[in-house]
Ligand binder design. Sequence first.
Ligand code: GLY
Length: 575
Amino acid sequence: MKKITRPLALFVSILLFLPLIAPPARGAWRDPVRARHGMVAAQHELASKIGVEIMKKGGNAVDAAVAVAFALAVVYPEAGNLGGGGFMLIRFKDGKTAAIDYREMAPQAANRDIFVDKNGNLIRGEGSSTVGYRASGVPGTPAGLELAYQKFGSKKIPWANLIEPARLLAQNGYVLSYRVTQLFRSYQATLEKYEDSKRIFLNGGKIFEEGDTLRQPDLAATLGRIQKSGAKEFYTGRTAELIAADMKAHNGLITLDDLKNYQAKERTPLVGSYRGYPVVTMPPPSSGGIVMLEVLNMLENYDLRKMGYNSAQKYHILAEAMRRAFADRAEYMGDPDFAKVPTAKLVDKDYAKQRAATINLTQATKSADVKAGEVTFAEGTETTHFTVADAEGNIVTNTYTINDLFGSRVTAKGTGVLLNDEMDDFAARPGKPNMFGLIQGENNSVQPKKRPLSSMTPTIVLRMDGSPWFALGARGGPRIITAVLQSVVNMIDYDMNIQEAIDAPRIHQQWYPDEILYEPLGMSPDTLRLLEGFGQKFAERPSNIASATGIAIENGTGVKFGAIDSRSDGEAVGY
Ligand code: GLY
């Protein structure tokens, strides 16, 4: 009897104490979503599921990404879009990479001073770069998605089938979450100024409640036309006519000619490395890739692992490196088709060594003493990112945006398409403070047909043997860059898994304002005090810094691990 009860008692006590002795997860208390074949990590579960269905039917990651992007335009109206633009970074199973730039373009009638009045002051409200008809650049999303599909799709799934799930969701509707109904409510004052935005997103004035169904028949019809005739329908067909007519009726800038002339472009991905791990990312007109690599290159000069994940010393060095790279962003970066961007120099390891040599380990450098341009940029923060990995080994990491939440708030009459306010990513008054008190550089001034500078940073990190390790990106304006780079550091220097790396608290420093933004509960008071002792200044109020989604791929097995930032909504779905 004794012989039996002793091991039993031992077993029971192990079971009882298991929660105490099992090693706790660090940072994240939930695991990433695990799947053996394909995975989509997007900010709406319905969109992730649609991408997975496309892969199950034989589509590759690019096909799935196109379907996800169309679906988000319906179920994530605050940022998913047809009326905006973005960047898609692809790594194929054979190791080749591609980058598609479908950033918006300034209309031909735009000019350097379009957003200032005769006294040189920034125009506010209608006519400004942030709300109303003049705030929109020529959308790039339909063209970008079609370019991706035509060049890199599997050819196993017809174009129309990639759009059909989105069209059905627009036509039949989907159930609204509490979060999005709250967003409609908080944007009511500006959305209700525009007839179709009020009719569609504010339910004609009878604000939606959680659990209501949002139907978007105009958007369904637009998707149906694109389904039938391709992206050219958006740029030269009925949709183009409707957009141009609404623009003309409201003193907007975009004409039929602007739409007809829009082109998505293939760019060469930017490739750098961090501690030997290759990092593939987005080149200009995004500043994201360059700034991230410049910071990572500076960080290589320090043993962050030894300093500890959340030590004051590590935060200090991180903030100092960000300060320097963002100063370069302001001076040098813009649309490479218009401005000379010294990309190679900015991502050079020796250059970073020189920049890092000016960092004092116990004393913050005042932003005013950091040489480069005069400023930084104020950007909308409401973008959306999704990541897709298929069973074959192809990966897509895509960020697209209408800039602010609900973009310019204008829904082009009869189309159901919410238009962007991406003109605000240009420098409205080069060399002078904008409405946030900031100054921006001439390289990013408004010019006809120019693309505004972006911070979107879709990124893929490889193992040293060249196999894909993880892919990610984020929403959050300039904070995208610092969120992505800190997630990369977390994976490489602190051995976190993809969920932990994305969830872990982060900081943001962007040269001006001369302060560190930190997250609620993200930094201990002791650490704050130590950093203040180094001369670092902090934003008055902490706030969440961006929001990321990513997928990691296990070496050898190809098992995928999907992660959605706990700072926002969405769902990783795999099969
Ligand atoms: N509109 C945000 C960005 O492009 O960075």
